[in-house]
Design a protein around this ligand. Structure first.
Ligand code: CO
Length: 134
């Protein structure tokens, strides 16, 4: 059911410093910061030949990234995003298997303008999973 790895997201305490490190030290292609008010984050996408890295920084006071950075002050891997062809079919299969979809269970529009869902990390080996319909 899941397809390609779309991106790995890393929560970072200093978005500018992290973007500069990927650009200057690691020599990657770094996109400009994008505010995502619906998700409470500012993101910077790093384009790699086979996938993307999404640097996440809190936007607003009730950002879902805030608590993560309090627990991991120097940053850390926040989620993995896998591509699916049909997000509602994927949700049906996962719920039938007992997996928990976060939030109200309805897909939201993600950073790439495509529908996304998040799955409970406790159901997936401690890893928060994002599904993105391609
Ligand atoms: Co993501």
């Amino acid at each position: 059911m899941i397809g390609r790895l779309n991106h790995v997201a890393i929560a970072v305490p200093d978005l500018q410093a992290a973007a500069a490190q990927y650009r200057d030290t690691l020599g990657a292609t770094v996109r400009p910061p994008q505010d995502e008010p619906d998700h409470g984050v500012t993101v910077v996408f790093i384009e790699l030949p086979n996938t993307k890295i999404e640097l996440l920084h809190p936007l607003g006071d009730d950002s879902p990234i805030k608590g993560f950075l309090e627990k991991n002050p120097s940053g850390g891997i926040h989620h993995m995003c896998y591509e699916v062809e049909d997000i509602l079919a994927a949700r049906g299969r996962l719920e039938a298997e007992g997996a928990r979809v976060l939030g109200n269970g309805e897909p939201k529009i993600g950073a790439h303008g495509k529908p996304v869902l998040f799955l409970h990390p406790k159901d997936f080996n401690g890893c928060l999973i994002e599904l993105e319909q391609i």
